[in-house]
Ligand binder design. Structure first.
Ligand code: EPU
Length: 422
């Protein structure tokens, strides 16, 4: 199993390119299942989660080609299976995104339940209730969600009880081919939901309001959908992670090909931490002017509030910042596993229910640590940059699910980091 070996580094200095957004690309790839034609998707990040999605679509009989620039071409005209099997869903929950498209286009879908998850229970009740509201018969048996709608789905008004990103995406995709109009209330407003809607509209769907809490979908006929070329938006979480790498090491880091308007909350917190932030087109530069960061208070919540996917990285920042910072996690009930690993590196963190209070130290101490989920592993890499001596981060397969070439990009900024096999 690969590990990352990291020495105290910094101040980081330089520029990295932001990759395409994982959480936009995965639903867009699933959305290709709605379109009986060939679709080209560009700015696809080279990540394990993308490979898993491509394997899943391939297993269903989609014809897929990927060129050297990670432009993915998908043709789902001749599918042979409408099943998402356990072995793929258990490695990546986002596989559940094929549920809505399969059901809408073929009137039938079988998707494995994903099982446990390191960051919370993450049930799929809202996905299931949404498909039922559109007229599908949905049963959960043998560990699978089995759904059918032999006469097609029918539009409805649906109010989701919790804001859910993939739930909104799944129901929106299903409604794209339902008869009549669907209104989705309490929708997730994340930029990735909007990107999926933009992609589907470019294929001929009729979706309005994506990016707000009410999405209206006028169902179209499957033959109204056609192929297109589309480019995924930049990854705001990857961009934010490299900016925190700059802040934590008191450096100066530019991320280019980013989407600054989607990162306002993250950038505000970095300013509060003492960073000078300048934006020029799609480039963002963070400059700490050599200063130690100040601790920040954070409450995570759905977009446009502070993203849960940046919580762990800011916790790393708080461990070496001046003062005391409080982080409240409201989206997932068990997303503090990185805190215990940071404590093994000498961090002063008190955990109580969904609140973590850190008192910043000048430096952490290197130690062997273990990644427990994707963003937790990124936060441990950040912590390692400001830890005396050497830190070995184990189980980095988590990081490869969501960060393209992280060690190369960090090395480009001057970090001392290498991948160790075995
Ligand atoms: N929830 C329910 N019932 C449902 C669905 C969700 O109770 O049917 C609850 C969840 O348990 C959670 C809350 O709703 O407490 C929000 O979860 P959400 O459904 O929004 O999460 P998700 O769609 O499974 C996506 C991202 C996550 C990101 C969250 C929150 C993708 C592929 N994944 O997950 O990304 O943390 O939204 O923003 O888009 C990551 O990239 O590291 C990652 C975990």
């Amino acid at each position: 199993m690969d590990k990352l070996l990291i020495q105290r580094s910094g101040p980081l200095n330089g520029c990295v390119r932001v990759s395409g957004a994982k959480n936009a690309t995965l639903p867009i790839l699933a959305g290709c299942l709605l379109v009986p034609d060939s679709v080209r998707i560009a700015n696809v990040p080279h990540l394990n989660d993308v490979t898993t999605t491509v394997s899943l679509l391939g297993r269903m009989g989609a014809k897929i080609t990927i060129d050297e620039h990670m432009v993915v071409e998908i043709d789902t005209r001749n599918l042979t299976s409408l099943v998402a099997p356990y072995e793929l869903v258990k490695t990546m929950r986002a596989s559940v995104l094929v549920f809505g498209p399969l059901l809408a286009r073929f009137g039938c879908a079988e998707v494995s339940l994903p099982g446990g998850c390191a960051i919370g229970a993450r049930p799929l009740n809202i996905h299931i209730e949404g498909m039922r509201a559109l007229g599908a018969d949905v049963q959960v048996e043998d560990g699978y969600i089995k759904a059918s709608a032999p006469n097609g789905l029918v539009g409805a008004d649906i109010t989701m009880s919790t804001v859910t990103v993939t739930g909104t995406e799944n129901i929106m995709m299903a409604a794209a081919l339902a008869k009549g109009t669907t209104r989705l209330f309490n929708s997730a407003c994340e930029p990735e939901v909007e990107d999926l809607a933009n992609f589907l509209n470019q294929c001929g769907a009729k979706i309005s309001g994506a990016g707000t809490s009410t999405i209206t979908i006028e169902g179209v006929d499957v033959d109204d959908l056609h192929g297109t070329s589309y480019s995924a938006i930049p990854d705001r979480i990857e961009a934010g992670t490299y900016l925190v790498a700059g802040a934590i090491t008191r450096g100066k880091v530019t991320v280019r090909d980013a989407n600054p308007p989607s990162m306002l909350n993250i950038l505000d917190k970095l300013r509060e931490a003492g960073a000078e932030i300048s934006i020029e087109g799609d480039s963002i530069t963070l400059d700490m002017k050599g200063k130690r960061p100040k601790a920040v208070d954070i409450v995570t919540a759905p977009y446009p509030d502070f993203p849960t996917d940046m919580q762990a990285q800011f916790m790393a920042l708080n461990t070496v910042a001046e003062g005391k910072g409080t982080i409240v996690e409201t989206v997932f009930e068990n997303r503090f596993m990185h805190a215990n690993e940071m404590m093994r590196m000498g961090a002063d963190i008190k955990l109580e229910a969904n609140t973590a209070v850190s008192k910043g130290k000048e430096l952490l101490k290197g130690a062997p640590v273990m990644a427990t989920d994707l963003r937790a592993s990124a936060s441990l890499v950040l912590a390692a940059l400001v830890a005396e001596g050497e830190t070995m981060v184990d189980r980095i397969y988590h990081i490869d699910r969501g960060y393209e070439c992280i060690e190369e990009k960090l090395r480009q900024l001057g970090a001392s980091i290498q991948r160790v096999s075995g």
